[in-house]
Design a protein around this ligand. Structure first.
Ligand SMILES: Nc1ncnc2c1ncn2[C@@H]1O[C@H](COP(=O)(O)OP(=O)(O)OP(=O)(O)O)[C@@H](O)[C@H]1O
Ligand SMILES: [Mg+2]
Length: 246
């Protein structure tokens, strides 16, 4: 099994060297747990450190705000976009029926998973992408009235991503403290891995952790790992290291 370096400091060593190549991983967590930063770090470092072109499909946040936000970590997306190493596909406002000013965006009329896939496949081909992020799955279900339709769309998406050969990350919002990993009850089963990000308050302290809940074909860590958002992005550590520092 070939491995794809995650670009997340401290994570590769917990999953036998990286994500299983060509598979899809769900990044699940409550709001503000760092899902978007995690996924952008995968794309940014993938392009910069490993020369693997990546596509970021944003269905929640506007691309210009993402670009601005991640400059805080020293990630200059514009530069990589100019080099055709990263493309951002904007679906953030198309789903509301409004046109985007982005170079790559989803059509405003009849936002659906087929149109999304068409655009995604086109952009993957254009830059020879090896990595892709869909942020987020619940936003994909925005225009569906019926949960069965959403489930079908998720199945189709995961099938097409698998066929395309890229290694993909999908994000899902779940409430802290629930035993669910996806919103629609299918996400965690159609993917090959599930990474859960937690942000919990204990007494007057709050702490962030990462848990590898599932990673097919991988002997992975089963611990809860401390996670920090530093000036260079997300860093995952082992609990022993945390004690050593303290
Ligand atoms: N420069 C920074 N330094 C430290 N922490 C930061 C920094 N920037 C953002 N954060 C933390 O990360 C959180 C946002 O992370 P992110 O947008 O990745 O979360 P998310 O899980 O995608 O949230 P949502 O569900 O709202 O999309 C902020 O709420 C804040 O706690
Ligand atoms: Mg987000």
């Amino acid at each position: 099994m070939d491995r794809v370096k995650t670009g997340i400091a401290g994570l590769d060593g917990l999953i036998e060297g990286g994500f299983p190549q060509g598979r899809s991983i769900l990044v699940s967590g409550a709001c503000g747990t760092g899902k978007t930063i995690f996924c952008m770090q995968y794309i940014y470092n993938g392009a910069k450190d490993y020369s693997e072109p990546g596509v970021y499909v944003t269905l929640d946040e506007r691309p210009d705000l993402i670009r601005e936000d991640v400059l805080r970590f020293g990630w200059d997306l514009k530069k990589l976009e100019e080099q055709n190493m990263v493309h951002i596909v904007d679906g953030s406002i198309a789903k509301l029926g409004m046109p985007s000013e982005e170079e790559f965006s989803l059509p405003v009329t009849g936002f659906d998973v087929d149109k999304l896939l068409l655009e995604v496949m086109r952009v993957i081909k254009r830059i020879g992408a090896r990595r892709i992020v869909i942020d987020s799955i619940p936003a994909l279900g925005f225009n569906f009235d019926n949960e069965n339709e959403i489930r079908k769309a998720i199945l189709k998406l995961s099938y097409m991503l698998m066929r395309s050969g890229v290694t993909s990350l999908l994000t899902s919002e779940v409430q802290e403290g629930t035993s669910k990993f996806g919103k629609y009850g299918v996400e965690e089963y159609v993917v090959d891995g599930v990474i859960v990000l937690h942000y919990m308050g204990v007494g007057t302290q709050s702490n962030r952790t990462l848990h590898i809940r599932k990673m097919r074909v991988t002997k992975h860590s089963e611990d809860l790992h401390p996670l920090a958002i530093t000036s260079k992005g997300i860093k995952v550590s082992k609990i022993e290291e945390e004690y050593k520092e303290a």
